[in-house]
Design a protein around this ligand. Structure first.
Ligand SMILES: NC(=O)c1ccc[n+]([C@@H]2O[C@H](COP(=O)([O-])OP(=O)(O)OC[C@H]3O[C@@H](n4cnc5c(N)ncnc54)[C@H](O)[C@@H]3O)[C@@H](O)[C@H]2O)c1
Length: 327
């Protein structure tokens, strides 16, 4: 494993599970850099105060003292971002700054700190509306339909250039929808929140036929570390891996699972398509299933299906909301 690792966005959903795994593997120094805009210290509560963890509250959009933390790191996991694809159409500047300017700053900190190994949290949205489903990594043209997807693609390009220029090794992880306990955004959280407010009716963004693939967060982290090992040991400067599941579910199926897990009956679904073709919001990709043959070829495969992952996540989100008495 590593001696020192930096995790940007390490107090967020996926990032905090990366921190868990690094700590469990005995990494001596884990630096979490996060501005706590959507993350929280609660996500890394079991590590706070431990000698191996250093938490630095900083905004990566502004280059600053936080960059010093990169010196001596064996690896940087860059997971900080604003992951809400929905705001892309109305507030594109947020994604440009949070997801591209910040990525540039992280790369500069990596260059100055001479960090050689990297993971960039990219996304299935770089493909846009692929005509080939499941979509493999070498699918072309990459054709994002949201600014979120565009800046993730921009981030991939920056990582590629830095890797080629400075000899970095980079794993570009193109994630499908990642779900699980601690998630604070996305369709399941949205449904649970709405149903807690009104258990008789559920507003569904889009026509409900959107069909996508979901991977349970602990599996996503496991796959990431597996692909990272491959990248470090046998990979080229840049290795791109799709990280997702082999099946997919529709939004209506997700609604049914959430309703069932909440113990509700006769809930009326009210569909709110944002576009004539039934998208949830402008820039919503209606069909997403990644081809994970490449990941399988290096020895990793998912064990929890999309449907099971949705159920497990719904259960934990419901429990969390009920325990905190809020939605
Ligand atoms: N969750 C998914 O389904 C999914 C899918 C594809 C890609 N991703 C990518 O994975 C990464 C993690 O996503 P997540 O779902 O865990 O989201 P998240 O919002 O839970 O985590 C992001 C973290 O980054 C922090 N952050 C945001 N802007 C920052 C800034 N300017 N400076 C410092 N910290 C900042 C937030 O406080 C948060 O802790 C993101 O890059 C996201 O785009 C997520």
């Amino acid at each position: 494993m590593f001696r020192k690792a930096v995790v940007t966005g390490g107090a967020g959903f996926i990032g905090s599970y990366i921190v868990d795994r690094l700590a469990d593997a005995g990494v001596e120094e884990i630096v979490v850099i996060d501005n706590l805009s959507s993350g929280s210290l609660g996500n890394i509560a079991r590590h706070v105060g431990k000698p191996y963890l250093r938490f630095v509250k900083a905004d990566l959009k502004r280059f600053g003292e936080w960059a010093e933390e990169f010196r001596g790191a064996d690896v940087v996991f860059h997971f900080a971002a604003n992951p809400e694809v929905r705001i892309s159409a109305t507030e594109p500047r947020i994604h440009f700054e949070e997801n591209l300017v910040a990525t540039f700053n992280v790369l500069e900190a990596s260059r100055l700190g001479d960090v050689r190994l990297h993971v960039f949290a990219s996304s299935s949205t770089v493909y846009g509306e692929a005509e080939k489903i499941p979509t493999p990594e070498d699918y072309h043209p990459l054709n994002p339909i949201s600014v979120y997807g565009a800046v993730k693609l921009g981030g991939e390009a920056l990582y590629t250039a830095y890797s080629n220029l400075y000899g970095f090794k980079t794993l570009i992880a193109r994630y499908a929808n990642i779900i699980g306990p601690r998630s604070t955004h996305g369709v399941i959280v949205d449904f649970v929140r709405k149903l807690m407010r009104n258990p008789r009716e559920l507003e569904i963004l889009g026509d409900g036929t959107q069909r996508k693939s979901y991977l349970y967060v602990e599996e996503a982290v496991d796959a990431t570390l597996h692909a990272l090992r491959y990248t470090a040991e046998q990979g080229r400067n840049v290795e791109v891996f799709n990280i997702g599941n082999e099946d997919w579910v529709t939004v209506v199926e997700i609604a049914d699972i959430v309703v069932e897990e909440m113990g509700l009956r006769n809930v009326r679904y009210r569909f709110r398509p944002a576009t004539p073709d039934g998208r949830g919001w402008p820039g919503d990709v209606k069909l997403m299933l990644l081809d994970i043959s490449r990941l399988k070829s290096i020895g990793w495969r998912p064990r929890i299906s999309s449907r099971e992952a949705v159920r497990l996540t719904a259960r934990s989100v419901i429990e969390r909301f009920r325990a905190s008495g809020s939605s």
